[in-house]
Ligand binder design. Structure first.
Ligand code: C5P
Length: 218
């Protein structure tokens, strides 16, 4: 008997992190940010001077970094080789490079295995791009969050000091294309997932809808 797993997938800026953390808190569950793990791997590769335009070079080194991810919705910790990288993984250098690293099948195999280990017996809300399709297809609740490009760009630029909505819209469109057209585990809606468009909803409204879906499916 395993505990509840909520799979929360969707593109960047759809509200996944805030919604997943809020829902995990409300349900008393753990929380896993799989995007942070791909970012941590990318941060390490950049520090090592690995040529990220060369998938073979990325594949050859991806077994080395020790990525440790916490599961507290109030402050999910992320360490690589004992270094706290929660801040650096949000910087633009990592954001601009992460999709190339995440497209390498060996990177995905390693991080998906780690994610399954962390999910373990469940009791967790997991956010990413391939949770309902690949990481945990048996999740009791699968949600696919979307929002209009305008709403997503607005949210991201409000989060990042000094960025414009237009610049965010462009950066996100580029990342979306890479994430949804890659060969291995592209971003797509899982069978059995419920699509939730968050463009015109407040965070509280989206969390309430997630809690309703959980109550309905449990
Ligand atoms: O969610 P976040 O924007 O932090 O994810 C960063 C990147 O990590 C995504 O753009 C995607 O390339 C990759 N990712 C992934 N699979 C996941 C989570 C994130 O490929 N499950």
């Amino acid at each position: 008997m395993t505990g509840l797993v909520v799979a929360m997938d969707g593109p960047s800026g759809s509200g996944k992190s805030s919604v997943s953390r809020g829902a995990a808190r409300a349900l008393g569950l753990r929380y896993l940010d799989t995007g942070a793990m791909y970012r941590a791997m990318t941060w390490w590769m950049l520090r090592q001077g690995v040529d990220l335009s060369d998938p073979a070079a990325v594949a050859a080194r991806c077994g080395e970094p020790v990525v440790v991810s916490g599961t507290d919705p109030d402050g999910p910790a992320i360490h690589v080789g004992g270094v706290d990288v929660a801040g650096p993984i949000r910087e633009s250098e990592v954001t601009g490079a992460v999709s190339a690293v995440a497209a390498v099948p060996e990177v995905r195999a390693r991080l998906v295995a780690l994610q399954r280990e962390i999910i373990g017996d469940g009791g967790i809300v997991v956010e990413g791009r391939d949770i309902g399709t690949v990481v945990w297809p048996d999740a009791a609740v699968k949600i696919y969050l979307t929002a209009s490009p305008e709403a997503r760009a607005r949210r991201r630029s409000a989060e990042l000091a000094g960025s414009t909505v237009e610049a965010q819209r462009e950066a996100m469109a580029k990342r979306d294309t890479l994430d949804s057209t890659r060969k291995t585990d592209p971003l797509s809606m899982a069978v059995g997932a419920v699509e939730l468009d968050t463009s015109d909803l407040t965070l509280e409204e989206v969390i309430a809808e997630v809690l309703r879906l959980v109550a309905e499916r449990e």
